[in-house]
Design a protein around this ligand. Structure first.
Ligand code: FAD
Length: 482
């Protein structure tokens, strides 16, 4: 018999449960990707679609090397699956779960409709280390805070070792009726090619993902706690888009970290590095756990009081535009937004700083930031992005308290002490010293002159005063607190 593998967020062959099952039970395997953006809630943005385009291209290549292919189509998932199943006499469709509320709802409906036509849809868990629906605290309710969540989960985690990729995937006779669409016909890429430069930084696909994972040495994990907060350093793993699209099995990522030991290692020094890294994977699990509790996590504050927040009027969008274009006059914020635009990624520390600046200093709704990140991050992930923005805004389940307002100048001095990160993304400030580069408006006129910087022309004056905007944010918060 023929089994269709319905590919979604599991774009790999290694340790991929649907492929592993198909090779055991089916004579022929038909890997199919269906582009159905109208079913996504919310829809993935342009950077994420850029990644997907190239990831599909890479997977197709890998499948062709094994005598198979990746078939492509677009339209409603249910009717497309039905058509492909009937044309290829397949009575079984295998896929792995996407633990997002809209996808779970869609998949249940699809399973029911396919069943009526005598086609079984078999969904296997994948993509997470935990079942986000199943975790409960002692009072049998879901967790609202990370620390107790992780305390319980960490002790129980022992994911199975990764299974190898199948060596052969015989395609159905007649080579898949219903001819496949070309990748370009899926129209994943925006017409304006603003994303072309992403290719200088990233290589989507499971082959590149595996190389990146393999390069994470024991030394990397040992240094991780100290280096991960410094955006100029290559101190984080850069795995997030690969993990999001399932180009890596999350179990494999876990084992790479958990079993890492430096050569000649003695003592527990490395242990804390590994644990810190595993806890970051834990935050991702927690984000999905939160999403099960609130499907509209990307748009509605967990702390309901924030629905009444008096946000600032920005009638001509000038504040928001300055923020997203990286023209706020606050170097660390602007550098972060330039990094995002150029690479489709931003360092976690800087994500927190630009987020805090938008929500607290500019007092604009966090949902604007969530939406902008959704469109521009190659690692955009509904659960992690929604949790991240709610955390930054102070309205999340386990969030930074609202009154803890990042000062972007102090953050720069602390986490980019040499000004290297700012210099990389704002070369026009390159001649300033490490103190001035985080607050160019304080540099003496003669220094700015000799550095060739005319404030207001080569680089903006700050669009807001950090002290008074901080005060106003605290007052606004007071007004909703009761
Ligand atoms: P590493 O430090 O190497 O971490 C390893 C992995 O752990 C990451 O790849 C990621 O899968 C996971 N992880 C790490 N930190 C977090 C976290 N705080 N929350 C959830 N998972 C985490 N992450 C996304 O994957 N997609 C998003 O859309 C996203 N949006 C964010 C928005 C805001 C406002 C903030 C503050 C954070 C957001 N994050 C998001 C979390 C974090 O910034 C990224 O996961 C991280 O920067 C990815 O880089 P890395 O792979 O080098 O991370």
């Amino acid at each position: 018999q023929t089994a269709i593998i319905w590919l979604r967020r599991d774009l790999r062959l290694q340790d991929q449960p649907a492929f592993a099952a198909a090779t055991k039970i089916a004579d022929y395997v038909l890997p199919l990707y269906i582009h159905a953006p109208h079913e996504e809630r919310p829809q993935a943005g342009a950077a994420s679609r850029w990644w997907l385009h190239h990831s599909l291209s890479s997977l197709r290549q890998e499948l062709r090397e094994r005598g198979s292919d990746l078939f492509l189509d677009s339209g409603s998932s249910t009717s497309t699956l039905m058509r492909w199943a009937q044309a290829n006499s397949a009575s079984l469709v295998l896929c792995t779960a996407i633990s997002e509320p809209w996808a779970e709802e869609r998949d249940n409906k699809t399973a029911a409709e396919l069943a009526q036509a005598g086609i079984e849809l078999r969904i296997t868990a994948d993509g997470l280390l935990t079942d986000p629906h199943a975790i409960r605290n002692r009072s049998n309710t879901p967790y609202r805070a990370f620390t107790p969540f992780w305390r319980q989960v960490r002790g129980q985690l022992n994911p199975p070792q990764a299974k190898p990729a199948p060596t052969s995937l015989p395609p159905p006779p007649g080579h898949a009726h219903n001819s496949s669409a070309e990748l370009e016909q899926l129209n994943l890429l925006d017409r304006v090619r603003w994303y072309d430069k992403f290719a200088d930084y990233w290589q989507p696909g499971s082959t590149a993902a595996s190389h990146r994972l393999a390069r994470l040495s024991p030394e990397f994990f040992a240094a991780y706690p100290d280096e991960r907060d410094f955006p100029a350093q290559p101190g984080t793993s850069l795995l997030s888009p690969h993990i999001h699209f399932g180009e890596l099995s999350i179990r494999e990522v876990w084992h790479q970290a958990a079993h890492s030991q430096p050569e000649n290692h003695s003592g527990p020094a490395n242990h804390s590095g590994v644990e810190t890294y595993l806890a970051e994977l834990g935050w991702r699990e927690f984000a999905y756990h939160l999403l099960t509790q609130q499907p509209n996590l990307h748009s509605y504050p967990v702390d309901r009081r924030f629905a009444a927040m008096p946000w600032r009027d920005d009638p001509d969008n000038s504040l928001y535009s300055a923020w997203h274009l990286g023209q706020t006059g606050i170097p660390l914020v602007d550098a972060g937004m330039k990094e995002l635009w150029a690479t489709g990624w931003m360092h976690n520390r800087v994500r927190m700083v630009v987020g805090s600046f938008l929500v607290k200093n500019l007092r604009l709704p966090w949902q604007l930031g969530e939406e902008y990140f959704r469109d521009t991050l190659v690692d955009w992930d509904l659960a992690s992005n929604s949790m991240g923005w709610q955390w930054v805004a102070g309205c999340g389940a386990d969030a930074a308290p609202y009154f803890r307002i990042f000062n972007p100048v102090r953050q720069g001095e602390r986490f980019d002490p040499e000004g290297e990160y700012v210099r990389r993304w704002l070369p026009q400030l390159g001649a300033l010293n490490k103190k001035q580069i985080h607050q160019p408006w304080t540099a003496p006129a003669a220094t700015l002159d000799s550095a060739g910087i005319r404030l207001g022309k080569d680089y903006p004056w700050p669009i807001t005063d950090l002290q008074s905007s901080r005060r106003e944010a605290l007052e606004a918060f007071q007004s909703i607190k009761g």
